[in-house]
Design a protein around this ligand. Structure first.
Ligand code: NAD
Length: 262
């Protein structure tokens, strides 16, 4: 073996210049961080959003000189994943990257846990990950390239009380990630997962205000702090880029070491 691979490598391997990424729910929360990171790395973004608030992410992406396009709807509605894929193709003509980010977590007492909450959480956090990944993969197979990033959780590896469907769905995301890696690897499509730990975001502000819970979690994180949005951004770009072309079916926990402890 010569030195060709060594001289081939450059920091361009981490660039997303000219790429197109679908990131579900990226008008808020963690998804915004992936979208902004991808825009900074050179990608145009397509955002399926559920709520109305798209101005901030549009401004952030456009400030990087990249395009942001949107489609609104409930991803659990029949026909919606097909509409997302068709919409992105119409807008940009290709799909290089998919981030299955949209998700809900619902909590309730075990004995009274409502069936409707079970179904809603499994539908969005697991079934939509499969349906949108599957629909997008058909395009990526024709392209002979693509990156699918599924979003798991610390609860992909552990469990807690009061959230059985979230735990089941996020464990399932790991299985789906491995399954897609097996199905799609031969087409130069890599499927991996990011498993965020406890990120200090708006969605868990109330949880963090519960001092006992906050201390219990913080004491278990070897890094000694909750994560911030910029803790996620580099890993997302890496998994979307050529730099990770030989990584397939794996999960990267971004949790300050949380899931490594007793
Ligand atoms: N925040 C954390 O600490 C944390 C930790 C681990 C994993 N996660 C995961 O990260 C992802 C994003 O979480 P977040 O904290 O940013 O939450 P968030 O509530 O801010 O974002 C979730 C997104 O999903 C969208 N959504 C909800 N229901 C939808 C539906 N029916 N159809 C389409 N979109 C819908 C929301 O509108 C929103 O854009 C989720 O998959 C979550 O499970 C978050």
């Amino acid at each position: 073996m010569g030195n060709e691979p060594l001289s081939r490598f450059s920091m361009d391997y981490f660039s997303l210049k000219g790429k197109t990424a679908i990131i579900t729910g990226a008008n808020m929360g963690l998804g915004m961080a992936y979208a902004l990171a991808f825009a900074k790395a050179g990608a145009d973004i397509y955002i399926p959003h559920f709520t109305d608030d798209v101005d901030e992410i549009k401004q952030l992406v456009e400030a990087e000189g990249r395009k942001a396009a949107f489609i609104q709807g409930d991803l659990t509605e029949p026909g919606s994943v097909q509409a997302v894929v068709a919409g992105c193709l119409k807008e940009y003509g290709k799909i290089d990257i998919l981030v299955n980010n949209a998700g809900v977590s619902t909590f309730g007492e075990f004995e009274e846990y409502p069936d409707a909450q079970w179904k809603r959480c499994i539908e969005l956090d697991l079934n939509v990950v499969y349906y949108l990944g599957h629909e997008t993969a058909k395009v990526m197979i024709k392209q002979r390239s693509g990156k699918i990033i599924n979003i798991g959780s610390a609860l992909s590896y552990t469990a807690d009380k009061k959230c059985p469907p979230y735990v089941a769905a996020k464990h399932g995301v790991i299985g789906l990630t491995r399954s897609f890696a097996n199905e799609l690897g031969a087409y130069n499509i890599q499927t991996n997962a990011i498993c965020p730990g406890f990120l200090a975001t708006e969605v868990n502000r109330e949880l963090r205000e519960d001092q006992a819970f906050y201390d219990k979690i913080t004491n278990r994180i070897p890094a000694g702090r909750w994560g911030e949005l910029d803790d996620l951004m580099g890993t997302a770009v890496f998994l979307a880029s050529k730099a990770s072309d030989y990584i397939n079916g794996w999960n990267i926990s971004i949790d300050g070491g949380f899931t490594t402890t007793l």
